[in-house]
Design a protein around this ligand. Structure first.
Ligand code: ADP
Ligand code: MG
Length: 394
Protein backbone atom coordinates (compact mmCIF):
# COMPACT_ATOMS: atom_id res chain seq x y z
CA UNK A 1 0.00 0.00 0.00
CA UNK A 2 1.60 3.20 -1.13
CA UNK A 3 0.22 6.46 0.15
CA UNK A 4 1.75 9.89 0.56
CA UNK A 5 2.55 10.70 4.18
CA UNK A 6 2.07 14.05 5.85
CA UNK A 7 5.52 13.84 7.41
CA UNK A 8 7.13 13.65 3.95
CA UNK A 9 5.53 16.95 2.93
CA UNK A 10 6.53 20.54 3.49
CA UNK A 11 3.33 22.32 4.52
CA UNK A 12 4.90 25.67 5.39
CA UNK A 13 2.41 28.45 4.61
CA UNK A 14 -0.05 25.95 3.13
CA UNK A 15 -3.74 25.59 3.89
CA UNK A 16 -4.16 22.10 5.32
CA UNK A 17 -7.50 20.29 5.71
CA UNK A 18 -7.31 17.42 8.22
CA UNK A 19 -10.11 14.83 8.40
CA UNK A 20 -9.66 13.52 11.92
CA UNK A 21 -11.72 11.10 14.00
CA UNK A 22 -12.83 13.15 16.98
CA UNK A 23 -16.00 11.14 17.55
CA UNK A 24 -15.69 10.98 21.35
CA UNK A 25 -18.24 9.68 23.85
CA UNK A 26 -20.15 12.37 25.77
CA UNK A 27 -22.45 12.40 28.80
CA UNK A 28 -25.97 13.82 28.67
CA UNK A 29 -24.75 17.34 29.33
CA UNK A 30 -22.33 17.06 26.41
CA UNK A 31 -19.17 16.68 28.51
CA UNK A 32 -16.50 14.53 26.91
CA UNK A 33 -16.17 11.33 28.96
CA UNK A 34 -13.16 9.86 27.14
CA UNK A 35 -10.74 11.84 24.98
CA UNK A 36 -8.38 9.20 23.53
CA UNK A 37 -9.36 10.05 19.97
CA UNK A 38 -8.70 13.76 20.44
CA UNK A 39 -5.30 13.02 21.96
CA UNK A 40 -4.48 10.63 19.14
CA UNK A 41 -5.20 13.37 16.59
CA UNK A 42 -2.79 15.88 18.13
CA UNK A 43 0.51 14.81 16.45
CA UNK A 44 -0.64 15.56 12.88
CA UNK A 45 -2.22 18.88 13.88
CA UNK A 46 0.85 19.89 15.88
CA UNK A 47 3.14 18.92 13.00
CA UNK A 48 1.25 21.26 10.66
CA UNK A 49 1.15 24.08 13.20
CA UNK A 50 4.87 23.77 13.90
CA UNK A 51 5.52 24.09 10.19
CA UNK A 52 3.43 27.27 10.03
CA UNK A 53 0.49 25.87 8.09
CA UNK A 54 -3.04 27.27 8.38
CA UNK A 55 -4.88 24.25 9.74
CA UNK A 56 -8.53 23.25 9.34
CA UNK A 57 -9.66 20.15 11.22
CA UNK A 58 -12.99 18.41 10.90
CA UNK A 59 -14.60 15.20 12.12
CA UNK A 60 -17.95 13.53 12.43
CA UNK A 61 -19.60 13.30 15.84
CA UNK A 62 -22.46 10.89 16.44
CA UNK A 63 -25.05 10.27 13.76
CA UNK A 64 -26.61 13.62 12.90
CA UNK A 65 -29.22 14.30 10.24
CA UNK A 66 -27.63 15.98 7.24
CA UNK A 67 -28.60 19.61 6.72
CA UNK A 68 -28.95 20.65 10.37
CA UNK A 69 -26.63 20.96 13.36
CA UNK A 70 -28.67 19.80 16.35
CA UNK A 71 -27.62 20.57 19.94
CA UNK A 72 -26.06 17.09 20.32
CA UNK A 73 -24.19 17.35 17.03
CA UNK A 74 -21.88 20.28 17.64
CA UNK A 75 -18.13 19.86 17.93
CA UNK A 76 -18.03 22.82 20.39
CA UNK A 77 -16.91 20.69 23.38
CA UNK A 78 -14.26 19.09 21.15
CA UNK A 79 -12.95 22.54 20.16
CA UNK A 80 -12.47 23.39 23.84
CA UNK A 81 -10.66 20.12 24.61
CA UNK A 82 -8.53 20.42 21.48
CA UNK A 83 -7.55 23.94 22.51
CA UNK A 84 -6.50 22.70 25.96
CA UNK A 85 -4.36 19.93 24.48
CA UNK A 86 -2.76 22.17 21.84
CA UNK A 87 -2.42 25.05 24.32
CA UNK A 88 -3.87 27.46 21.78
CA UNK A 89 -7.43 28.67 21.22
CA UNK A 90 -9.38 26.69 18.61
CA UNK A 91 -12.20 28.57 16.87
CA UNK A 92 -15.20 26.54 15.77
CA UNK A 93 -16.42 27.46 12.27
CA UNK A 94 -20.05 26.76 11.32
CA UNK A 95 -21.33 26.72 7.71
CA UNK A 96 -17.82 26.31 6.35
CA UNK A 97 -18.31 24.40 3.11
CA UNK A 98 -18.38 27.52 0.89
CA UNK A 99 -15.40 29.09 2.69
CA UNK A 100 -15.61 32.75 3.70
CA UNK A 101 -13.59 32.35 6.90
CA UNK A 102 -10.03 33.48 7.59
CA UNK A 103 -7.22 31.44 9.09
CA UNK A 104 -3.69 32.68 9.67
CA UNK A 105 -0.55 30.59 9.22
CA UNK A 106 0.11 28.81 12.52
CA UNK A 107 -3.55 28.94 13.45
CA UNK A 108 -5.95 26.00 13.82
CA UNK A 109 -9.73 26.05 13.43
CA UNK A 110 -12.26 23.28 13.88
CA UNK A 111 -14.85 22.93 11.11
CA UNK A 112 -18.26 21.91 12.48
CA UNK A 113 -19.40 18.26 12.36
CA UNK A 114 -18.83 17.17 8.76
CA UNK A 115 -21.73 14.68 8.87
CA UNK A 116 -24.10 17.63 9.19
CA UNK A 117 -23.26 18.65 5.61
CA UNK A 118 -25.73 17.55 2.97
CA UNK A 119 -24.12 14.95 0.74
CA UNK A 120 -21.41 13.81 3.18
CA UNK A 121 -22.61 10.22 3.62
CA UNK A 122 -23.32 9.73 -0.10
CA UNK A 123 -19.86 11.02 -1.06
CA UNK A 124 -21.45 13.83 -3.09
CA UNK A 125 -19.02 15.08 -5.72
CA UNK A 126 -20.07 18.72 -5.62
CA UNK A 127 -19.60 18.81 -1.84
CA UNK A 128 -16.23 17.08 -2.14
CA UNK A 129 -15.05 19.61 -4.75
CA UNK A 130 -16.09 22.56 -2.57
CA UNK A 131 -14.20 21.14 0.40
CA UNK A 132 -11.16 20.39 -1.72
CA UNK A 133 -11.17 24.03 -2.86
CA UNK A 134 -10.61 25.14 0.74
CA UNK A 135 -7.14 23.64 0.98
CA UNK A 136 -3.73 23.07 -0.60
CA UNK A 137 -3.21 19.78 1.20
CA UNK A 138 -5.81 17.21 2.31
CA UNK A 139 -4.83 14.95 5.19
CA UNK A 140 -6.82 11.88 6.17
CA UNK A 141 -6.08 10.91 9.76
CA UNK A 142 -9.34 9.07 10.46
CA UNK A 143 -8.61 5.35 10.14
CA UNK A 144 -11.82 4.52 12.02
CA UNK A 145 -13.90 5.71 9.04
CA UNK A 146 -11.56 4.40 6.33
CA UNK A 147 -14.06 1.68 5.39
CA UNK A 148 -16.63 4.30 4.43
CA UNK A 149 -16.57 6.29 1.19
CA UNK A 150 -17.86 9.68 2.30
CA UNK A 151 -17.16 13.19 1.06
CA UNK A 152 -14.52 13.97 3.73
CA UNK A 153 -12.94 10.50 3.66
CA UNK A 154 -13.00 9.72 -0.04
CA UNK A 155 -14.39 12.35 -2.44
CA UNK A 156 -12.20 15.21 -1.25
CA UNK A 157 -9.08 13.06 -1.73
CA UNK A 158 -9.81 12.98 -5.46
CA UNK A 159 -10.00 16.75 -5.89
CA UNK A 160 -7.59 18.31 -3.37
CA UNK A 161 -4.27 19.48 -4.89
CA UNK A 162 -2.42 16.99 -2.65
CA UNK A 163 -3.89 14.10 -0.65
CA UNK A 164 -1.96 12.26 2.07
CA UNK A 165 -2.25 10.14 5.20
CA UNK A 166 -1.84 11.79 8.58
CA UNK A 167 0.47 10.39 11.25
CA UNK A 168 -2.15 8.24 12.96
CA UNK A 169 -3.51 6.87 9.70
CA UNK A 170 0.04 6.32 8.43
CA UNK A 171 1.02 4.38 11.56
CA UNK A 172 -2.12 2.28 11.33
CA UNK A 173 -1.56 1.43 7.65
CA UNK A 174 2.10 0.57 8.37
CA UNK A 175 1.26 -1.67 11.33
CA UNK A 176 -1.51 -3.56 9.57
CA UNK A 177 0.50 -3.98 6.37
CA UNK A 178 3.51 -5.23 8.30
CA UNK A 179 1.41 -7.75 10.23
CA UNK A 180 -0.59 -9.17 7.34
CA UNK A 181 1.51 -8.66 4.23
CA UNK A 182 5.14 -8.69 5.43
CA UNK A 183 4.89 -10.70 8.65
CA UNK A 184 7.79 -12.16 10.53
CA UNK A 185 6.88 -15.86 10.74
CA UNK A 186 5.30 -17.75 12.30
CA UNK A 187 2.22 -15.56 11.95
CA UNK A 188 -0.29 -16.47 14.63
CA UNK A 189 -3.84 -15.14 14.65
CA UNK A 190 -6.23 -15.34 17.57
CA UNK A 191 -9.85 -14.98 16.58
CA UNK A 192 -12.31 -15.18 19.43
CA UNK A 193 -15.71 -13.80 20.22
CA UNK A 194 -19.22 -14.99 20.09
CA UNK A 195 -20.05 -16.04 16.55
CA UNK A 196 -18.41 -17.55 13.49
CA UNK A 197 -20.98 -15.87 11.27
CA UNK A 198 -19.78 -12.34 12.11
CA UNK A 199 -16.15 -13.27 11.50
CA UNK A 200 -16.36 -15.85 8.75
CA UNK A 201 -14.66 -13.70 6.12
CA UNK A 202 -11.87 -12.87 8.56
CA UNK A 203 -11.39 -16.55 9.39
CA UNK A 204 -11.22 -17.48 5.71
CA UNK A 205 -8.88 -14.65 4.78
CA UNK A 206 -6.57 -15.41 7.70
CA UNK A 207 -6.66 -19.13 6.90
CA UNK A 208 -4.86 -18.30 3.64
CA UNK A 209 -2.13 -16.34 5.42
CA UNK A 210 -1.41 -17.46 8.97
CA UNK A 211 0.62 -20.36 10.34
CA UNK A 212 -1.60 -20.95 13.35
CA UNK A 213 -5.20 -19.87 13.68
CA UNK A 214 -6.20 -19.91 17.32
CA UNK A 215 -9.97 -19.87 17.71
CA UNK A 216 -11.71 -19.07 20.98
CA UNK A 217 -15.07 -18.27 22.49
CA UNK A 218 -18.27 -19.26 20.75
CA UNK A 219 -16.25 -19.54 17.55
CA UNK A 220 -14.15 -22.34 19.04
CA UNK A 221 -17.36 -24.11 20.09
CA UNK A 222 -18.50 -24.24 16.47
CA UNK A 223 -15.08 -25.58 15.47
CA UNK A 224 -15.33 -28.23 18.22
CA UNK A 225 -18.69 -29.27 16.75
CA UNK A 226 -17.06 -29.51 13.35
CA UNK A 227 -14.39 -31.76 14.92
CA UNK A 228 -17.15 -34.05 16.21
CA UNK A 229 -17.01 -33.00 19.87
CA UNK A 230 -20.04 -32.71 22.12
CA UNK A 231 -20.49 -29.16 23.42
CA UNK A 232 -23.70 -29.40 25.49
CA UNK A 233 -25.57 -26.14 25.71
CA UNK A 234 -22.64 -23.99 24.61
CA UNK A 235 -23.11 -21.03 22.34
CA UNK A 236 -22.36 -22.21 18.81
CA UNK A 237 -23.75 -22.04 15.30
CA UNK A 238 -24.43 -25.55 14.02
CA UNK A 239 -25.33 -24.07 10.62
CA UNK A 240 -21.74 -22.80 10.39
CA UNK A 241 -20.09 -26.20 10.94
CA UNK A 242 -19.36 -26.67 7.24
CA UNK A 243 -17.73 -23.27 7.05
CA UNK A 244 -15.62 -24.09 10.09
CA UNK A 245 -14.61 -27.36 8.45
CA UNK A 246 -13.62 -25.44 5.32
CA UNK A 247 -11.39 -23.12 7.34
CA UNK A 248 -9.68 -26.13 8.93
CA UNK A 249 -9.26 -27.71 5.47
CA UNK A 250 -7.66 -24.56 4.03
CA UNK A 251 -5.23 -24.49 6.92
CA UNK A 252 -4.45 -28.20 6.63
CA UNK A 253 -3.76 -27.95 2.90
CA UNK A 254 -1.18 -25.28 3.70
CA UNK A 255 0.47 -27.37 6.39
CA UNK A 256 -0.87 -24.97 9.00
CA UNK A 257 -3.17 -25.73 11.90
CA UNK A 258 -6.20 -24.69 13.93
CA UNK A 259 -5.31 -25.83 17.46
CA UNK A 260 -8.56 -26.72 19.26
CA UNK A 261 -8.96 -26.58 23.05
CA UNK A 262 -8.12 -29.82 24.90
CA UNK A 263 -9.77 -28.64 28.12
CA UNK A 264 -12.49 -26.11 28.84
CA UNK A 265 -14.17 -24.17 31.63
CA UNK A 266 -17.86 -24.96 31.87
CA UNK A 267 -20.82 -23.78 33.94
CA UNK A 268 -24.56 -24.21 33.65
CA UNK A 269 -25.19 -20.48 33.26
CA UNK A 270 -23.47 -17.28 32.21
CA UNK A 271 -23.48 -15.16 35.33
CA UNK A 272 -21.18 -13.59 37.88
CA UNK A 273 -22.23 -16.22 40.43
CA UNK A 274 -21.96 -19.25 38.16
CA UNK A 275 -19.90 -22.18 39.48
CA UNK A 276 -17.13 -22.93 37.02
CA UNK A 277 -15.59 -26.36 36.39
CA UNK A 278 -12.42 -27.15 34.48
CA UNK A 279 -12.79 -30.35 32.52
CA UNK A 280 -11.23 -32.17 29.56
CA UNK A 281 -13.01 -31.27 26.33
CA UNK A 282 -14.24 -34.87 25.96
CA UNK A 283 -16.07 -34.71 29.30
CA UNK A 284 -18.54 -31.95 28.40
CA UNK A 285 -22.02 -33.06 29.50
CA UNK A 286 -25.35 -32.17 27.86
CA UNK A 287 -26.15 -29.34 30.29
CA UNK A 288 -22.72 -27.71 30.27
CA UNK A 289 -21.91 -24.41 28.64
CA UNK A 290 -18.30 -23.93 27.55
CA UNK A 291 -17.42 -20.39 28.64
CA UNK A 292 -13.63 -20.35 28.47
CA UNK A 293 -10.68 -22.45 27.37
CA UNK A 294 -9.07 -24.49 30.14
CA UNK A 295 -5.60 -24.03 31.67
CA UNK A 296 -3.94 -26.78 29.59
CA UNK A 297 -5.22 -25.24 26.37
CA UNK A 298 -4.21 -21.77 27.54
CA UNK A 299 -0.70 -22.96 28.31
CA UNK A 300 -0.38 -24.62 24.91
CA UNK A 301 -1.65 -21.56 23.07
CA UNK A 302 0.52 -19.25 25.15
CA UNK A 303 3.48 -21.31 23.99
CA UNK A 304 2.49 -20.84 20.33
CA UNK A 305 2.20 -17.10 20.99
CA UNK A 306 5.57 -17.03 22.75
CA UNK A 307 7.22 -18.45 19.63
CA UNK A 308 5.36 -16.31 17.12
CA UNK A 309 7.02 -13.74 14.90
CA UNK A 310 3.80 -11.82 14.40
CA UNK A 311 0.50 -11.90 16.31
CA UNK A 312 -2.89 -10.65 15.17
CA UNK A 313 -5.58 -10.60 17.86
CA UNK A 314 -9.31 -10.04 17.53
CA UNK A 315 -11.82 -11.38 20.01
CA UNK A 316 -11.68 -12.71 23.57
CA UNK A 317 -11.43 -16.50 23.99
CA UNK A 318 -13.96 -16.65 26.83
CA UNK A 319 -16.61 -14.69 28.68
CA UNK A 320 -13.85 -12.54 30.18
CA UNK A 321 -16.39 -10.14 31.67
CA UNK A 322 -16.76 -12.65 34.56
CA UNK A 323 -13.68 -13.60 36.58
CA UNK A 324 -14.39 -17.37 36.46
CA UNK A 325 -14.25 -17.32 32.66
CA UNK A 326 -11.51 -14.71 32.20
CA UNK A 327 -8.51 -17.01 32.67
CA UNK A 328 -8.02 -17.95 29.02
CA UNK A 329 -8.25 -14.40 27.71
CA UNK A 330 -5.99 -13.17 30.52
CA UNK A 331 -3.42 -15.82 29.61
CA UNK A 332 -3.58 -14.85 25.89
CA UNK A 333 -3.19 -11.18 26.84
CA UNK A 334 -0.24 -11.92 29.05
CA UNK A 335 1.41 -14.13 26.41
CA UNK A 336 1.04 -11.35 23.84
CA UNK A 337 2.41 -8.79 26.29
CA UNK A 338 5.49 -10.91 27.02
CA UNK A 339 6.11 -11.99 23.45
CA UNK A 340 8.93 -10.54 21.36
CA UNK A 341 6.65 -10.74 18.33
CA UNK A 342 5.15 -7.74 16.61
CA UNK A 343 1.49 -7.75 17.68
CA UNK A 344 -1.61 -5.94 16.53
CA UNK A 345 -4.99 -6.04 18.21
CA UNK A 346 -8.38 -4.53 17.57
CA UNK A 347 -12.11 -4.91 18.11
CA UNK A 348 -14.42 -3.38 20.69
CA UNK A 349 -14.38 -6.20 23.24
CA UNK A 350 -10.73 -6.97 22.55
CA UNK A 351 -9.85 -3.39 23.51
CA UNK A 352 -11.93 -3.83 26.69
CA UNK A 353 -9.93 -6.98 27.49
CA UNK A 354 -6.64 -5.18 26.81
CA UNK A 355 -7.70 -2.43 29.22
CA UNK A 356 -8.93 -4.94 31.82
CA UNK A 357 -5.67 -6.91 31.81
CA UNK A 358 -3.64 -3.72 31.52
CA UNK A 359 -1.39 -4.71 28.61
CA UNK A 360 -1.95 -1.70 26.31
CA UNK A 361 1.69 -0.66 26.64
CA UNK A 362 2.91 -4.10 25.57
CA UNK A 363 0.93 -4.56 22.37
CA UNK A 364 2.79 -3.52 19.21
CA UNK A 365 -0.15 -1.69 17.74
CA UNK A 366 -3.70 -1.27 18.99
CA UNK A 367 -6.01 -0.40 16.15
CA UNK A 368 -8.31 2.55 16.73
CA UNK A 369 -10.64 1.59 13.91
CA UNK A 370 -13.18 -1.06 14.96
CA UNK A 371 -15.06 -1.66 11.72
CA UNK A 372 -12.16 -0.53 9.54
CA UNK A 373 -9.77 -2.90 11.37
CA UNK A 374 -12.11 -5.85 10.85
CA UNK A 375 -12.57 -5.03 7.16
CA UNK A 376 -8.82 -4.81 6.74
CA UNK A 377 -8.49 -8.28 8.29
CA UNK A 378 -11.15 -9.46 5.85
CA UNK A 379 -8.77 -8.45 3.09
CA UNK A 380 -11.08 -5.74 1.79
CA UNK A 381 -9.83 -2.58 0.13
CA UNK A 382 -10.74 0.34 2.36
CA UNK A 383 -12.11 3.15 0.16
CA UNK A 384 -10.43 5.99 2.04
CA UNK A 385 -7.03 4.28 1.74
CA UNK A 386 -7.64 3.43 -1.92
CA UNK A 387 -8.38 7.13 -2.55
CA UNK A 388 -5.03 8.08 -1.03
CA UNK A 389 -3.24 5.35 -2.99
CA UNK A 390 -4.69 6.74 -6.21
CA UNK A 391 -3.03 10.08 -5.42
CA UNK A 392 0.38 8.67 -4.48
CA UNK A 393 2.09 9.79 -7.70
CA UNK A 394 0.74 13.39 -7.82
P1 ADP B 1 -14.65 -7.99 19.44
O1 ADP B 1 -15.62 -6.89 19.83
O2 ADP B 1 -13.33 -7.81 20.12
O3 ADP B 1 -14.54 -8.15 17.95
P2 ADP B 1 -16.70 -10.02 19.76
O4 ADP B 1 -17.74 -8.95 19.85
O5 ADP B 1 -16.69 -10.87 18.56
O6 ADP B 1 -15.24 -9.38 20.01
O7 ADP B 1 -16.90 -11.04 20.98
C1 ADP B 1 -16.86 -10.66 22.33
C2 ADP B 1 -17.91 -11.36 23.15
O8 ADP B 1 -17.85 -12.78 23.02
C3 ADP B 1 -17.73 -11.06 24.62
O9 ADP B 1 -18.84 -10.35 25.08
C4 ADP B 1 -17.61 -12.44 25.27
O10 ADP B 1 -18.32 -12.53 26.50
C5 ADP B 1 -18.25 -13.35 24.25
N1 ADP B 1 -17.77 -14.73 24.40
C6 ADP B 1 -16.50 -15.16 24.43
N2 ADP B 1 -16.43 -16.48 24.63
C7 ADP B 1 -17.70 -16.92 24.74
C8 ADP B 1 -18.30 -18.20 24.97
N3 ADP B 1 -17.55 -19.31 25.13
N4 ADP B 1 -19.64 -18.28 25.04
C9 ADP B 1 -20.38 -17.17 24.90
N5 ADP B 1 -19.89 -15.93 24.68
C10 ADP B 1 -18.56 -15.81 24.59
MG1 MG C 1 -17.73 -6.84 20.02
Amino acid sequence: MKVKKLTDLDVRGKKVFIRADLNVPQDEAGNITEDTRIRASIPSIQYCLDQGAAVMVTSHLGRPTEGVVGPDDTLAPVAVRLGQLLKTPVRLIADWVDGGFEIKPGEVVLLENCRCNKGEKKDNEELAKKMAALCDVYVNDAFGTAHRAEATTHGIARFAPVACAGMLMGAEIDALTKALYQPARPLVAIVGGAKVSTKLTILKTLAEKVDQLIVGGGIANTFLLAAGKRIGESLAEPEMVREAQQVMDIMKSRGAEVPLPVDVVVADEVSALARANRIPVDDVSPHDRILDIGPKSSAKLADLIAHAGTIVWNGPVGVFEHAQFAGGTKMMASAIAHSEAFSIAGGGDTLAAIAKFDIAGDVGYISTGGGAFLEFLEGKTLPAIAALEARFQD
